[in-house]
Design a binder for this molecule. Structure first.
Ligand SMILES: Cc1ncc(C[n+]2csc(CCOP(=O)(O)OP(=O)(O)O)c2C)c(N)n1
Ligand SMILES: [Mg+2]
Length: 594
């Protein structure tokens, strides 16, 4: 998430309405929905993701009015599972919670995967789940289940809100609820951002025609309310940082979501930096790419006495093994969230922030200290240099030698794909990585580069990945900011793409962002080929129940959903496909050997 903070409450004044109904609607459901959305907008919400349904119609029609006035960006998705992940992606990129509104029944349950990911990765999200009023519950009324509490411990708040009936003060109730939901989602008091649920009962008439007009806004002021690319993040209190003296031989580990603080500490204190590819810290002079090899080496990993962990490491077995060692002291740093990374319950300290002491910074400049980080960095470089696939010949159509020509025609390997996607990504782009093999391929090999990378590592699901990337693309490309001109690339396996194929559906009227979905197609889930059991179980059984072969025609799939399609089977076609401008949602299929 972006780092800067802003006073999120500053636009909220009691009685300051952003909109007013041109004429009374006659529907308490509509009036309540308008008051609720108006307050969310005034607090700083910019996006609402909506799925169709009857019970939620008041929210839906009000949202369409807010969109018409330029006060909200409305995203309509028929599948609530994708809608939830779209909201997740919007929030990851913008730092602001997006609203997700849906009808009652199974619609609500379909939000659960995204809610769990948001919960575990501490991303704000506000669910507006429509429900039957009290008198229609528990009597086998159509499309009615128990919605309050349905997300159990994954939401920070679950309010069951009685159906509005037009009583005096209902809009104040709506305003108070919006404030509570917004502050709770951002974790302002708790340091624990995450999903919240407002379960909103609605009674007939479920809505009425509504027309809104902006008030208290000068002409053009809506632009100020709904800026382009959001560049502000919620405030997360950290308290005073734990001072870190020079101390023992230390490495810094940056897992998913660690952010640049990990790199800064490693650089200032002169410690080797082990930064996973989606850590947001994979850059800088102390980066150690070949950490798996080195952690297993007595001269490197064996020498470590202290580990400072930022974020959530998930991509290797070597990191938890390091923390589990008796002779290693671990300090875990997390500015937000209540659940701490703690393999084997061996972590010594949990803190919100750390800072190298002045002494540590001075010591970092000494010859001995420089040698510690330097040795790691040099050893990592020489391990990578042994990788024959690394140095791809520059793409040059003139004067190719025979060997170079052959290399350009060579089939694409996973390593080649990982390198090419990394090379094609720049700071104004976004790179999103699905779970499974390809993220690990990047993690083992790509060198430092300060680019925005995201992966859903809260639960490392293969679900909702296309929708998450669409959310990140939409939020990053909104507005006229120079940084909003980039392309979002999603790198996924074939099974991961097919799991979320429904999210390829972008209806007419919806924004179609510059998203290139790059699919490494090896015909199934080849990550399981690496499991120990694959060496002992019958290959046919492994194929059937773990690999799960698929032969979907991805070109037909892309075309059916109106996406551009390209296929790159050789290095040269891959290079051109990744450097060509992406104007629309595009699917790039890259065949890979199993
Ligand atoms: C929702 C969910 N279901 C199942 C899994 C288990 N899982 C992890 S990777 C994987 C297969 C992924 O295959 P693919 O996307 O083709 O990537 P590959 O390993 O082939 O590179 C599965 C089923 C998961 N992580 N999330
Ligand atoms: Mg696969």
């Amino acid at each position: 998430m972006p780092e800067t903070t802003e006073d999120l409450g500053s636009t909220t004044l009691p009685g300051t309405a952003l909109v007013r109904e041109v004429a009374p609607s006659g529907s308490p459901a509509t009036d309540f929905s308008v008051a609720l959305l108006a307050e969310f907008v005034s607090l700083g919400v910019r996006d609402i993701v909506l799925s169709p349904g009857s019970r939620s119609q008041a929210l839906a029609l009000a949202a369409a009015e807010f969109e018409r006035l330029g006060l909200l960006r409305l995203h309509v998705r028929i599948d609530e599972r994708g809608a939830g992940f779209l909201a997740l992606g919007l929030a990851i990129e913008s730092g602001r919670p997006a609203l997700v509104a849906c009808t009652s029944g199974t619609a609500v349950a379909n939000l659960h995967p995204a809610v769990l990911e948001a919960h575990h990765s501490v991303v704000p999200m506000i669910l507006l789940t429509a429900d039957r009023p009290a008198e229609l519950r528990g009597i086998r009324s159509n499309q009615t289940t128990v919605q309050p509490g349905i997300f159990a411990g994954a939401v920070r708040l679950s309010e069951d809100v009685a159906a509005p009936d037009g009583s005096v003060g209902e809009s104040d109730t709506a305003i108070a609820l919006a404030r509570l939901a917004y502050a709770t989602a951002l974790g302002t008091q708790t340091n624990n951002p995450g999903p919240v649920q407002l379960n909103l009962a609605f009674r007939e008439p479920l809505s009425a025609a509504v027309e809104l007009e902006a008030v208290a806004l000068e002409a053009g002021a809506a632009d100020a309310v709904l800026p382009g690319r959001p560049d502000a993040a919620p405030a997360v209190a950290t308290g005073p940082p734990l001072p870190l003296p020079p101390g023992p031989r230390t490495v810094v580990v940056a897992g998913a979501g660690a952010g640049p603080a990990a790199e800064q500490l490693a650089r200032l204190a002169g410690w080797p930096l082990i930064a996973e590819v989606s850590s947001g810290a994979r850059f800088g002079p102390n980066l150690v790419v070949a950490y798996r090899e080195l952690l297993g080496d007595a001269d490197f990993g064996g020498q470590v006495q202290r580990v400072i962990v930022f974020g959530h490491p998930t991509l290797s077995r070597e990191i938890p093994a390091l923390v589990l060692r008796d002779d290693v002291e671990t300090i875990v740093v997390a500015p937000a969230g209540l659940e701490w990374y703690n393999p084997g319950h061996r972590v010594a300290r949990f803190v919100r922030a750390v800072a190298a002491t002045d002494e540590a910074i001075v010591v970092a400049g000494t010859r001995e200290a420089r040698a510690w980080a330097g040795r790691w960095v040099m050893a990592s470089r020489s391990i990578l240099a042994q990788d024959t696939e690394l140095d791809a010949p520059a793409f040059n159509t003139h004067g190719l030698s025979k060997a170079e020509f052959a290399a350009m025609k060579a089939p694409v390997t996973r390593a080649m794909l990982a390198d090419a996607v990394w090379r094609a990504s720049w700071p104004h782009d976004r790179l999103v990585l699905g779970a499974s093999r390809l993220i690990r391929e990047l993690d083992t090999r790509v060198t430092g580069k300060k680019i925005p990378v995201h992966a859903n590592r809260g639960l490392a699901g293969i679900d909702g990945t296309v929708a998450t990337a669409l959310g990140i693309a939409l939020a990053s490309q909104a507005g006229a900011h120079p940084l909003s001109t980039g392309t979002t690339r999603l790198l996924v396996g074939d099974v991961t793409l097919l799991h979320d194929a429904g999210s390829l559906l972008i209806a007419p009227g919806e924004v179609r962002p510059r998203l290139q979905v790059v699919v490494g197609n090896d015909g199934g889930g080849t990550i399981f080929d690496g499991l120990e059991v694959a060496a002992t179980a019958a290959p046919s059984a492994i194929d059937r129940v773990l690999f799960t072969p698929q032969q979907v025609n991805l070109e037909a799939l892309a075309t059916a959903y109106g996406w551009d399609y390209a296929r790159a089977a050789t290095r040269s076609t891959l290079e051109s496909a990744l450097t060509a401008p992406v104007a629309r949602p595009t699917l790039l299929e890259v065949p890979l050997a199993r």
